[in-house]
Write a protein that binds this ligand. Structure first.
Ligand code: 13P
Length: 254
């Protein structure tokens, strides 16, 4: 079973601040216990951040091209990320789905681009408040999973991480309760088990994202199907991020 806490900086921090963050994390990293730590800084800092990352902390991108090399202005391919020491990328984040045209089809292509390079695809799914209130949350999330993950060979699963991020909880200070989150994570695990078999499904890390912080991390990460988190705001300051990692029951302090 993998435990992962990943930070998503979105469009925050300048280069100097990014390097200071990495320096602060480096002296703390030996305390992480059995939790893989990842950070997704803005693209211009990836190479330098990756070259300074301590053992146990991997650097991932916030996006990847659905295409290979060629005439695709502004895109970075999975192979390019790999050549910079980057370990994977976030795909299907609701902010990209809502504002930058990342359709289910494009997300599926991006997942494939990553796993074919043996890079981690941190695949995000989640429902809006309206969909939850209409009782459609599980249907929406299963449809997103089906669109992006169905059809992958089971051998690709070690390169897939699922992040359940209810859209109404992102950046709002409103967290899903541990019961709500566990119910969805259990159903995601169930879908993976039906699709790839229970053994394979049990090895996929399913992360929770949405207003996760040091104060609620332990309660969330203690649920049977919540293997860690994808953290926005609370990943920006090293002390907050460390507090979230330390909330994991499999961390040194958990
Ligand atoms: P917040 O932790 O700021 O709610 O963001 C969550 C998120 O979108 C991580 O990808």
């Amino acid at each position: 079973m993998r435990n992962i806490v990943a930070g998503n900086w979105k469009s925050n921090k300048l280069m100097g601040e990014a390097l200071k963050w990495m320096e602060d994390m480096s002296s703390w990293m030996p305390n992480r216990g059995h939790v893989e730590v990842m950070v997704a800084p803005p693209a211009p800092y990836l190479s330098q951040m990756a070259s300074k990352a301590p053992a146990g902390l991997s650097v991932i991108a916030q996006n990847v091209s659905p295409e290979g090399p060629g005439a695709h202005t502004g895109e970075h391919t999975a192979e390019m990320l790999k050549s910079c020491g980057v370990s994977g990328a976030i795909v299907g984040h609701s902010e990209r789905r809502a504002r930058f045209g990342d359709t289910d089809r494009l997300v599926a292509q991006k997942v494939r681009a990553l796993v074919s390079e043996k890079l981690q695809a941190v695949f995000c799914c989640g429902e809006t408040l309206e969909q939850r209130e209409a009782g459609e949350a599980q249907t929406v999330v299963h449809a997103q999973l089906k669109a992006a993950i169905l059809g992958l060979d089971a051998s690709a699963l070690p390169f897939v991480v699922v992040a359940y991020e209810p859209i109404w909880a992102i950046g709002t200070g409103k967290t899903a309760s541990s019961e709500e989150a566990q119910a969805m994570h259990g159903s995601i695990r169930g879908w993976l088990a039906e699709t790839f078999g229970a053994d394979k499904a049990s090895e996929v890390a399913i992360l929770y994202g949405g207003s996760c912080k040091p104060a609620n991390a332990h309660e969330l990460f203690s649920q049977p199907d919540i293997n860690g988190g994808l953290i926005g705001g609370a990943s920006l300051e090293p002390l907050d991020f460390q507090g979230v990692v330390e909330g994991h029951p499999d961390s040194e302090k958990g």
